[in-house]
Design a protein around this ligand. Structure first.
Ligand code: ATP
Ligand code: MG
Length: 278
């Protein structure tokens, strides 16, 4: 049965992003809890129709590691709201900020789930384009799900792709900055793998890999480091398999980067049975 926006009551704000606000909401009749993302949209009805059509694709996805979308609403005035699955432990970004220590075992368990979500999306010809710790949601059982795919594409319509907040571009792969040089035959899937590698490295190090802890990013310096510098690596203290896994994700040449399917059989996951008990 379809959910309508009139059926939902706001409980409180869960967080703010670049393009909108996410609320915890309750369904008035079923008492089910959802997360409602209200995106500031365009007032042009033609643009809104297009956006709604694109977001509707999200409703058709069905993977245990991709956030379920229960409805998309066109709010008079230009905003668009997406009703999605509520995840009670927040995001990997909030867990990191709360001081959770991401061990290799925990990261392997997380990566396996994110890669399975990415494999699902990529096999359905969907590119996420905005994978980062704040778009990876977690529940109490350490079940991990990807959210916000496609949403960034909608936002790019109304915002400069590298708007003032660096978070939007910091996880972008080198080829996405310079599509003319890197872009021949580029299909886009490898960009998601780069973003995953960078996010996992950040969780392990406790800070964004290209920047010293606590430093505010300067956008143009960061972009130069991503495009012209060596990709970041794990410290010697990390295991060989983990170091190799990150290296496979952070290949600057997108054609050398491993795919989600290839990474799922990387030796980093060789103790997969063990991982069930993490
Ligand atoms: P961006 O706008 O670039 O996506 P963001 O991911 O930080 O940045 P939002 O996607 O708007 O911003 O999410 C804001 C916050 O809302 C998240 O950081 C998270 O804490 C919370 N949140 C988002 N979706 C859910 C959800 N499905 N369940 C629980 N909390 C959520
Ligand atoms: Mg988000």
């Amino acid at each position: 049965t379809a959910i309508s926006s009139a059926d939902l009551e706001k409980i409180h704000v869960l967080g703010h992003g670049n393009g909108g606000t996410v609320y915890k909401v309750r369904h008035k009749h079923t008492s089910a809890i959802y997360a409602l993302k209200v995106i500031h949209g365009d007032s042009d009805p033609a643009v809104r129709r297009q956006v709604l059509r694109e977001v509707s694709i999200l409703r058709l996805t069905d993977s245990p590691h991709v956030i379920k979308c229960h409805g998309v609403f066109d709010i008079p005035g230009g905003d668009i709201a997406i009703c999605m699955e509520y995840m009670d432990m927040g995001t990997l970004e909030t867990l990191l900020r709360d001081g959770v220590v991401f061990t290799e075992r925990l990261l392997a368990k997380i990566c396996l789930q994110v890669l399975s979500g990415l494999q699902y999306l990529h096999s359905h010809k969907i590119i996420h384009r905005d994978l980062k710790p704040s778009n990876i949601l977690v529940d109490q059982n350490m079940q991990v799900k990807i959210s916000d795919f496609g949403v960034s594409k909608i936002m790019q319509r109304t915002l400069d792709p590298c708007n003032s907040y660096v978070g939007t571009c910091a996880y972008m792969s080198p080829e996405r900055f310079d599509q003319d040089t890197y872009g021949a035959n580029y299909d886009g899937y490898a960009g998601d793998i780069w973003s995953l590698g960078l996010a996992v490295l950040e969780l392990y190090l406790g800070h964004f890999p290209y920047l010293p802890p606590g430093e505010r990013p300067d956008w143009s310096t960061l972009m130069c480091a991503i495009c012209f510098g060596e990709p970041p690596t794990l410290p010697e203290s990390a295991s060989e398999n983990f170091r190799s896994f990150i290296e496979c994700c952070l290949q600057k040449d997108w054609s050398k980067r491993w795919s989600a399917t290839q990474l799922l059989s990387h030796p980093f996951f060789s103790n997969v049975e063990d991982l069930k008990s993490v």
